[in-house]
Design a protein around this ligand. Sequence first.
Ligand SMILES: O=C(CO)COP(=O)(O)O
Length: 249
Amino acid sequence: MPTPLIAGNWKMNGSRSLVESFGQALGDAALPSQLDVALMVPFPYLDAAARALSGSRATLGAQTLSDQASGAYTGEVSGEMLRELGASLVLVGHSERRTLFNEDDAAVLVRVQRALDVGLRPILCLGETLAERDAERSEAVVLGQLDAVLNGLEPDQRQQLVIAYEPVWAIGTGRTASPEQAQAMHAAIRRRLASHAEALAAATPLLYGGSMKADNAAELLAQPDIDGGLIGGASLKIDDFLAICQSAG
Ligand SMILES: O=C(CO)COP(=O)(O)O
């Protein structure tokens, strides 16, 4: 079974002082021994976060990366730059990137490949909209997003993936997927991974995201195929984030 991972996605929130507070609190916290913790902070805070988290077990991640390695792409940030600033993880294909920034499956695959090229571990985000769930297309949509990446990678590259199932209708809405709904999708993802290789299915961490909070985390994390969480809003409050970390122990 993969080591549980709790990753906080700050999105376009936070501040330099919040970075400092999290570094301090995560350094002081008695975290469960079998737990990986990560914070995905906005680009401008990566450098400060690398320093602030250096006395803690938490690793550092970014929220996206350019589909180009370098060059005349004003405003973009390359995977190599993220590595240089101390990131080891990067979100790819978050539903906000897919919807608001028009990143389709091909764009997601290129970014996964760019991340792998420079040694960043991609957290590949998958999820269906409410309309797709209501039309009973959830599994087809999510597995389609997954296949678009798996089929573009070599077997050794697939082993680097972390996968996050984040139903779009549960993100930032306070409406979480039920443990049964989340487990069912995670099991479907696990089966699809197993169709490539049993070892891949066994080793890939599958995170749930979407209104995961201190008071519902334990029930979600108790599901057999949920290996951790990708936390949005609750990752901006240190007490809530630490409580979720404790639930994963
Ligand atoms: O999008 C998310 C994490 O990437 C989930 O956000 P919330 O936890 O705020 O619903």
